[in-house]
Design a binder for this molecule. Sequence first.
Ligand SMILES: Cc1ncc(COP(=O)(O)O)c(C=O)c1O
Length: 420
Amino acid sequence: MKELENSVYYNGTDYCMQSLKLQEISENAETPFYVYDMDYIIKKYNRLKASFPWENVRLFYAMKANFNPVMLKIMKENGFCLDTVSPAEVILAKKIGFASENILFTANNMTDKDMEVIKAEGVLFNIDSLSRLETYGKYYSGSQVCLRINPDVVAGETANVATGGDLSKFGILLEDVKKAVAIAKANNIKIVGLHEHTGSGIADTGKVFQSMQNLLGIINPQDFPDLEFVDFGGGFKVPYEPGEVEIDYEKFGVKAVELFSQFCDRYGKKLKLYFEPGKFTVADSGCMVVQVNTVKNNKGRLIVGTDSGFPHLIRPVLYGAYHHVVNLTNPQGEKKLYDVYGNTCESGDCFAMQRELPEIRIGDYLAIMNAGAYCRSMASEYNLRPMPAEYLIYQGKLLTAKKKISYEELADRILSEYEI
Ligand SMILES: Cc1ncc(COP(=O)(O)O)c(C=O)c1O
């Protein structure tokens, strides 16, 4: 079976990231930890951008996928733009040095307070409901917005990450677009952008094209005379499982630009083309390394216990997502079937079930692959275990982005946050 493209590769004796051996990094670090390949991230972002042969294409990395500030700082230095979803994301991005014009804020069920905070940061709003547009219009008459339109296409890796269709909470329905135009007009709001995001990890690019067509189909110069860009969101797929489909985004980019170019001819202006890749940018750039502390043989079923759990990598539990697991310490061991578990008090706290892996022994290091997106950013301190450390490999060097705090420090921090 063809090896997937990934920041982690096997050189015949060791699993490596760039030229560094993950086993050696593990021996010198405290597990669990996340490690990300920064050069790989930059390469993927630039490659995706180059897939769209359009003069003015911009990629807004969806920082909800991974908000590691050291990563974000290097992204800024490399010309990335950001898609944000909360006031704290916007403030963090600004503190790191991203210019307001390189940040988009995609609102969902935003409060008036959120709106105030973000407005003060000077970031463009992507508004996703008629009621919020009315409120926004009342406060900020004369300003500009982008509108999030629900493309009426249901697609995504799982039901939880499909965001289109009229059962979804996201966006303004296609049939309500005229109402949005009227609200904007009544409040002297300029609509400078239109947006859709169909879902995450979409395997069927036909659905993506359908969404693009549905959005472009409602745009005309009479209703939207001030448009500067159209934003088609994220959802670019990354293979997680060996043998999984790898989408040819260069081919996709050419088709998408063809569609967009024809639209711009009809509209009468060459607009900017935006996308918001989160998962695609960072998912396969990193892994989480855990250490095995228990191996049980339960009537023939081999159960492995590790020093992390779903609080640090929740996607298998939350979505039934597949994450590939490799044994860094014993890559050539005899293959056996294992259930690989975490250390929290939940029976479902499992990273991989009935997975064929080289023999696992107590003390072995396992890498859980594709942990770059929606792992640390979705992590919690459930069971009161400290967050893993985070490392970046950038230009051949291992950088410590975040140390793991001690149990004592975690307990003290909790105490300090409460009025005890
Ligand atoms: C509005 C918006 N843009 C972009 C993204 C990023 O999606 P992905 O990580 O699948 O590229 C999301 C994900 O939830 C989103 O809601």
